[in-house]
Design a protein around this ligand. Structure first.
Ligand code: ZN
Length: 233
């Protein structure tokens, strides 16, 4: 595929992170006619057991895959690609294997814009996916990725220790006033991941963060990002 500055790739660790982080922005890009691909690196769910047993979580994993498909369709994105690495155990996988898997999708989808996790999140998979994505999108001569943004993920970014890891600093905002209800509708497919308020992965908390980020930049609702790299050439 030919690289287009308008093609978008979202690289998320777990099913639901793509929505929490940038669901409104995905809907906005798609609504503006961009091709939006979603890559989900880990399978989800299996970290709830003492030892990984994907067979035991078969039904739950299938339901997460279905939720990811339905959510992507709601946002106007292409069907998500799911790599199926072990959930919350990415620190047991060689980083190079994750980088190469992401590189293959970058080559195949040819994005100009990439969204991924923040490198200071509490969740280990988020941090590894952030690092692997930055490596996969490094600005070699001729590379098509011109803009890389890190999103915030409720129940991980804000739970990190600011003394131990870099703090999320919002310096790029996307208004999602017209997309917020679509984002919430897509999140409703993730019945096992969403909780009741005051859990941060709740509809009320998602609305509150959108309002806070919006008020920070003078609009009713927004998603916030840290700029990893923007190249103008
Ligand atoms: Zn996650």
């Amino acid at each position: 595929m030919t690289t287009s500055p308008h093609n978008v790739l979202v690289v998320a660790a777990h099913p639901d992170d793509e929505l929490l982080g940038c669901g409104g922005t995905i809907a906005r890009h798609a609504g503006e006619g961009a091709r939006v691909d979603i890559l989900i690196v880990a399978e989800g769910a299996t970290s709830r057991d003492a030892e990984r047993d994907a067979g035991r979580r078969d039904a739950e994993l299938a339901s997460l895959r279905q939720a990811a498909q339905a959510a992507a369709k709601t946002l106007g994105a292409r069907p998500p690609r799911m790599l199926g690495f072990p959930d919350n155990r990415l620190d047991g996988v060689a980083l190079l294997d994750i980088v190469k898997a992401i590189e293959a999708v970058v080559a195949d989808t040819a994005p100009g814009i990439v969204y991924t996790h923040h490198a200071g999140d509490l969740n280990i998979d988020h941090r590894i996916v952030a690092q692997a994505t930055q490596t996969a999108c490094r600005p070699l001569p001729g590379a098509g990725v011109r803009r890389v943004y890190a999103f915030e993920t409720l129940s991980s970014t804000e739970w990190s220790d600011p003394g131990a890891r870099p703090t999320f600093a919002a310096n790029h905002f996307v208004e999602i006033t017209a997309q917020l209800e679509t984002k919430l509708a897509a999140l409703r497919y993730y019945t096992t991941e969403m909780k009741a308020f005051p859990h941060p992965r709740s509809a009320d908390a998602v609305r509150a963060l959108a309002a806070l980020r919006g008020s920070t930049c003078g609009v009713p609702a927004a998603e916030a990002f840290t700029v990893v790299r923007q190249v103008v050439s």
